[in-house]
Ligand binder design. Structure first.
Ligand code: HEM
Ligand code: HEM
Length: 173
């Protein structure tokens, strides 16, 4: 109910579900990246790597649902405990969408087909769009690593805040 402005002490069930579902997704993404970096050309990495695109695209789709839902619930959701937390979360949202976008630009620009469980997302084409490929090559992986560093800081801060009951926000998510 809108009248209880920021009165809720917890995030609603949908927000919590999306947060933890996507957290698991990002965890699996990290495994795909570590496997590719440190165990490349092993059966483990070969089996896992195709899931990088599929889970990455799933996270990209979930992002839109999550942001629309967060917007709808903006009055009800608990307020951030500081301006730093507020902007930290906004930054996470920004990186969560920019990183897969860079990959999708490259995918489209490279003229290679990308199927999402049978649904064609990009089609094979002879026309390469160099700037899109360059954008993806330069930014997808690098910003992806920045995102994982930001997530790591987010987790550390969530647990660090537990030491003070006034800032212990883990229970509300
Ligand atoms: C939120 C989603 C995603 C995250 C966090 C993410 C993260 C990353 C990171 C950190 C790397 C660099 C690995 C390294 O430097 O060793 C990478 C590589 C890669 N990603 Fe993603 N990715 C996501 C979605 C996607 C999607 C949707 C696609 C394809 C449509 C994709 C395709 C690739 C490819 C082909 C590489 C290898 C080339 C490169 O390093 O740029 N990713 N990804
Ligand atoms: C073990 C992993 C994680 C823990 C313990 C954790 C913990 C939390 C907590 C306690 C909150 C609520 C903060 C508050 O009440 O002010 C929160 C919010 C948030 N978390 Fe996480 N988180 C984890 C993983 C992730 C991951 C992987 C992401 C993806 C980038 C993420 C993105 C966010 C965002 C964007 C918010 C703000 C939600 C909103 O206000 O709309 N978290 N997290």
């Amino acid at each position: 109910m809108r009248s209880f402005s920021h009165a809720q002490t917890r995030y609603d069930g949908v927000s919590r579900f999306l947060h933890w579902l996507m957290a698991v997704g990002f965890g699996v993404m990290l495994v795909t990246i570590l496997a590719r970096r440190f165990a490349d050309e092993t059966p483990f990495s070969d089996a896992l790597w195709p899931w990088h695109r599929l889970i990455g695209f799933t996270l990209f789709l979930l992002w839109w649902i999550r942001v629309l839902w967060a917007w709808k619930m903006r009055e009800e959701s608990p307020e951030a405990i500081s301006t730093f937390a507020l902007w930290g979360h906004r930054l996470l949202y920004l990186f969560m969408v920019v990183v897969p976008c860079m990959a999708l630009f490259r995918q489209y620009g490279s003229g290679r087909a990308f199927d999402y469980f049978g649904i064609p997302i990009t089609q094979a084409s002879d026309n390469k769009v160099e700037w899109m490929v360059a954008l993806g090559n330069n930014w997808h992986g690098n910003l992806g690593i920045v995102l994982f560093i930001a997530i790591f800081m987010h987790i550390v801060l969530a647990y660090w805040h537990r030491r003070n009951p006034a800032t212990d926000v883990l229970g509300r998510m």
